[in-house]
Every structure is written in structure tokens, then in C-alpha cells.
Design a protein around this ligand. Structure first.
Ligand code: NZQ
Ligand code: ZN
Length: 390
């Protein structure tokens, strides 16, 4: 049981039509000039763009905008946004979209007051000391960036995808209207579900003992997704399923579940290489990577994998053959991902077998040359896990 500090100050504004209050909310926060970042156009098709622009302008707030933030957001656009914010003395940042728009906005927030290259933060060469405030209107439950202390950016130079974790990047507020997620394609709904599950499982597989409360909270989030993701995939306008997924997205990744524990995060690092090199959707890459990681490490703590199998995946415990129980749990997870339309092999992601050694080499490792906390993996281990994804 590990000591911890926890500070997740994001104001949550949840419910139908809440996005209509964005102008008033920004005004109350003291915003005078706002930069809004968004993605490739879904918010325009949704009608959300007009709602937000009109609500902000109605309050007399000056609005600037940068659209076209791509999934797995890139550094170049972040730098353009930093320049714009400096030039126009913008004082508040707003992300409208999912993890990509939010992460690009968070990177802008820490980049503006920094004299050096914002990539220094992602390369681990410097730590942010200040940030502009960030607000969010969430349109996809997935990355959890709306409540998390992290952001993930891809540097076009070398296609390197790296994360920055720092409490300064936690959003000041986040607005959630489940109806805004009705237009999500089934694939993005399912990828979001995989990511929420992955954030929970990264924390669930820990070496810390006596963490029963957070074990049960993790199991609850996993049950919530297993129950609601298929509903949302089958009926995109099911309000309750969309609402449950939206709140699970935040709770899975705002560190509420991290209390007393040390998360693993190797599966995320393995999946980041797939997204950086092949532009795989983050959640889809995790649906491939996580079961492969599990298969490679389950012998490290068979009992924990048995608990996952029985408490989460509904497998019956075979006390004479615990390893088989553990393996059945992993197989059940893979089947679940498949059932909601996720890929479970590298070939489905379009990743050629010939590149696996390079991927294993590029995976971000710590100073000791390993990645992961539950089991510390070397480059050779990473390669073995990529081979299990074939
Ligand atoms: O770009 P637009 O046109 O908006 O379309 C998006 C995009 O194609 C679409 N979409 C979003 N809301 C929609 C919608 N389409 C229709 N209706 C809606 N309501 O969905 C696609 C994916 O959007 P994106 O923002 O990329 O999704 P997600 O939230 O999964 O974010 C992925 C990024 O977050 C990072 C990932 O690595 C990836 O770069 N992550 C960020 C984390 C964090 N900051 O804490 C943690 C995560 O582990 C993750 O690494
Ligand atoms: Zn993730």
C-alpha cells in the first residue's frame, strides 16, 4: 500500500445542453481572449461548432480558432498555436473534441510561458513551471485527457510519440453532454472503450498489496465498459450507455484509481509505437497490445490474473489449474475486444511483421533500459510481446 498525493481539480459540468453555457462559464473564469482547438470537422457536422462560437461571442469574448488537430496530434500544429497565443495575447485555451484536441491544447498551455522548445517537456529535458488555463468540451469518451494530468504528442521528426505528465495540465473545467457522442462511429466508440479499459487495467496490474478498495473500483469501471460499450455500439443514441462511458473515461484516468498503487503502463508504451509509426487509433492499438502483454507476463502473478478472470471476465475458477483460469481470462478479454469490432492482431492494424525489431527498439524506456512496473521489460521482452500480437 503506497502513500500518495492526489489533486484533480477539474470542475465537471455534466448533462444535456451543458455546452450551451460555454460563454458564461468562460466569462466567469475571467477569459477575455480564447483560442479554441478542434479536430478534423466532426464538431461542425455535429452543429457543436456553431453553438460554441455563438455562445462565446455572445459574452463579448474574443475568439480565435485552430481546427485540423489530427488523431495522434502533432508537434508542428502545437508550435503554430503557441505562436498565435503569444502574438494575440490569448489568455484562455479551449479544446472541443477528444484526447487529440485536448492534448494539443495542453501542450500549447505549457508551451506558451516557456522560453525553450515545448518538445523539451515531452523529451524529459525540462518540466513545465507554468501553464495557461485549459477548458474542455468533450465529444468522445476514451483518452480521459479531460481529467488527466497528461498529454501525448507526436514529433514529426522521427515519428516519436511521447507523453508529458504534470498536474499543471489538468483542465480547469470539462463539459460533458452524452448526446454529443451520438455521432461517434462504432469503431471510435469501441476504441474509446478499449482505452478506458486499458487505463483501468494499467492500474489494476500492480505489485502493491492491500489495495482492495481500488481493486474493486477498477473492477467496477471494467464492468461498466463491458456492459455499456456493446450497447453504445449497437445503439449510438442510448443516452445512459453514452453517459456511463463518458464518466468512466474520466474516472479511469484522473488518478482516482491510482490511490495506493503503482500502475504498469508498458502496454501503453508498446501501443504508442504502433500509433506513431502506423497512425493506428490509440484504443485499437491497445486492444492488440494489452492481451499480448498479459499473455507474456501472467506467470509473474497468476493469482492476480485469476482474480481478473473471475471478477471481471466471468471465468469460473479452476483451483487445480490456476494458470488455465488466468489464460481463459485473457482469451475472454480478447474476445470482448473482437465482439465490439476492435482488431486483435498487428496485421489488422496494417503493421508489417518485418518492422517489429525496430518498434521494440523505439519503445520508450526508463533510465534502467526497461519499460513497465508490474514486470520490467527489456527491449528483447518488447520484441517477444510484439511477436505475440501477430
Ligand atoms: O477529428 P474529428 O473530426 O473531431 O474526429 C474525431 C477523430 O477522428 C472523431 N470524433 C470525436 N468526437 C466525435 C468524433 N466523430 C464523430 N462524433 C463525435 N462526437 O473521433 C476520432 C478520434 O478522436 P481523438 O480525439 O483522436 O480520440 P481520443 O479521445 O481517443 O484521443 C486519442 C489521443 O489521446 C491520446 C492518444 O495517445 C491519442 O493521441 N491519449 C491521451 C491521454 C491523456 N492525455 O491523458 C491518455 C491516453 O492514454 C492516450 O494516450
Ligand atoms: Zn490510453
Amino acid at each position: 500500500m503506497k502513500d500518495f498525493t492526489y489533486c484533480a481539480p477539474t470542475q465537471v459540468i455534466f448533462g444535456k445542453d451543458t455546452e450551451k453555457n460555454i460563454g458564461r462559464i468562460l466569462k466567469e473564469k475571467g477569459a477575455k481572449k480564447v483560442l479554441m482547438q478542434y479536430g478534423g470537422g466532426s464538431i461542425k457536422r455535429l452543429g457543436l461548432y456553431d453553438t460554441v462560437v455563438n455562445a462565446i461571442k455572445a459574452e463579448g469574448i474574443e475568439l480565435y480558432e485552430v481546427g485540423g488537430v489530427q488523431p495522434n496530434p502533432h508537434l508542428k500544429l502545437v508550435k503554430e498555436c503557441i505562436e498565435l497565443v503569444r502574438r494575440e495575447n490569448i489568455d484562455y485555451l479551449l479544446a472541443v473534441g477528444g484526447g487529440s484536441a485536448i492534448d494539443s491544447t495542453k501542450a500549447t498551455a505549457v508551451g506558451v510561458p516557456y522560453d525553450g522548445d515545448v518538445w523539451d517537456f515531452y523529451a524529459g529535458k525540462a518540466a513545465p513551471k507554468a501553464a495557461l488555463p485549459v477548458g474542455v468540451i468533450l465529444t468522445i469518451p476514451a483518452a480521459g485527457s479531460e481529467g488527466s494530468n497528461s498529454s501525448v504528442i507526436t514529433n514529426e521528426d522521427g515519428l516519436i510519440k511521447r507523453g508529458l505528465s504534470c498536474d499543471l495540465t489538468r483542465p480547469a473545467f470539462a463539459i460533458y453532454n452524452p448526446e454529443l457522442t451520438y455521432t461517434l462511429p462504432a469503431y471510435q466508440t469501441a476504441a474509446g472503450a478499449s482505452d478506458i479499459m486499458a487505463h483501468t487495467m494499467e492500474r489494476y496490474f500492480t505489485n502493491e498489496k492491500d489495495v482492495d478498495m481500488t481493486d474493486r473500483l477498477c473492477e467496477s469501471i471494467l464492468h461498466t465498459i463491458i456492459r455499456n460499450a456493446p450497447v453504445a455500439v449497437a445503439d449510438p443514441t442510448d443516452y445512459v450507455a453514452r453517459a456511463e462511458m463518458m464518466w468512466a473515461s474520466t474516472v479511469a484516468h484522473n488518478d482516482f484509481l491510482t490511490a495506493f498503487r503503482v500502475g504498469d503502463w508498458a502496454s501503453h508504451q508498446l501501443s504508442h509505437e504502433l500509433s506513431a509509426q502506423y497512425d493506428s487509433t490509440h484504443g485499437a492499438a491497445l486492444a492488440v497490445a494489452f492481451p499480448a502483454w498479459m499473455t507474456y507476463v501472467y506467470k509473474h502473478d497468476v493469482q492476480r490474473f485469476c482474480r481478473f478472470a473471475t471478477e471481471v471476465m466471468g471465468v469460473e475458477m479452476d483451483h487445480f489449474h490456476p494458470e488455465e483460469t488466468a489464460l481463459k481470462g485473457i482469451a475472454a478479454l480478447r474476445s470482448f475486444f473482437k465482439s465490439i469490432g476492435m482488431p486483435t492482431t498487428l496485421s489488422e492494424l496494417g503493421v508489417p511483421d518485418t518492422e517489429l525489431a525496430l518498434l521494440a527498439k523505439k519503445v520508450k524506456k526508463g533510465a534502467d533500459g526497461t519499460v513497465g512496473q508490474f514486470v520490467k521489460l527489456t527491449e528483447a521482452d518488447c520484441l517477444s510481446i510484439y511477436n505475440l500480437m501477430k
